[in-house]
Design a protein around this ligand. Structure first.
Ligand code: E4P
Length: 217
């Protein structure tokens, strides 16, 4: 499973990038707003740093305008994926952009049929928002399971980006279901590798190592 970072914070991207485990980045208008910087500056910084796919979102709601925006967004780098909302206007834009060879990430997906439509429109990625479904007592991971079944049934090539992740268990479940990608917030990313027994065990090993006699000269 690929790991994307769900952020527009360049310092956070740098930190995770240095681990060598970062496959891409997803942003959205709310994440860009949080940086307090002009969007063009943020887009360029991220695209220059990250080698993998970087999702940058359109803010138009009408297909022709989305396509216009997409053409500007791809100028930030050859790794840009244009993020398009899951609306009929959005799907129209996705279809045309696919024909032009521009990659898309259909965002704000909350139902398996939306995911089916996005795949039929030839979206490169679909982003089911699982945490936001969990917030309303709907099982977000069930949506991922259904999308995976539909895509496997028909051999769709659209990749599933599990989005709106809230905690490491979401990542585990996504991996067990065979989702292609998890896009992970910075704070959750930092928890993925932690286990108290690892820390405790290492501490014990290092303490015990001090009891090993030094080799005699
Ligand atoms: C995905 O591409 C979105 O940017 C993101 O995962 C939304 O997550 P949220 O529900 O935490 O805002």
């Amino acid at each position: 499973m690929k790991f994307f970072l769900d952020t527009a914070n360049i310092d956070h991207i740098k930190q995770i990038y240095e681990l060598g485990l970062l496959d891409g980045v997803t942003t959205n208008p709310s994440l860009i707003a949080k940086t307090g910087k002009p969007f063009k500056v943020v887009f360029q910084e991220i695209c220059n740093l990250v080698k993998g796919p970087v999702s940058l979102e359109v803010v138009s709601t009408e297909s022709a305008k989305m396509i216009e925006e997409a053409h500007k967004l791809v100028e930030f780098g050859s790794n840009v994926v244009v993020k398009i909302p899951m609306t009929l206007e959005g799907l129209k834009a996705v279809k045309i952009l696919a024909e032009e060879g521009i990659k898309t990430n259909v965002t704000l997906c909350f139902s398996p049929l939306q995911a089916l439509m996005a795949a039929k429109a030839k979206a490169t990625y679909i982003s089911p928002f699982i945490g936001r479904l969990d917030d309303y007592a709907h099982d977000g991971m069930e949506l991922v399971r259904e999308i995976k079944t539909i895509y496997d049934n028909y051999g769709f090539e659209t990749e599933i980006i599990v989005a709106s992740i809230r905690h490491p268990l979401h990542i585990l479940d996504a991996a067990l279901l065979g989702a292609d990608i998890a896009t992970v917030p910075f704070d959750v990313f930092n928890k993925i590798s932690l286990h108290p027994l690892t820390e405790k065990g290492l501490d014990q090993f290092l303490q015990d190592w001090k009891k090993v006699p030094a080799e005699k000269a």
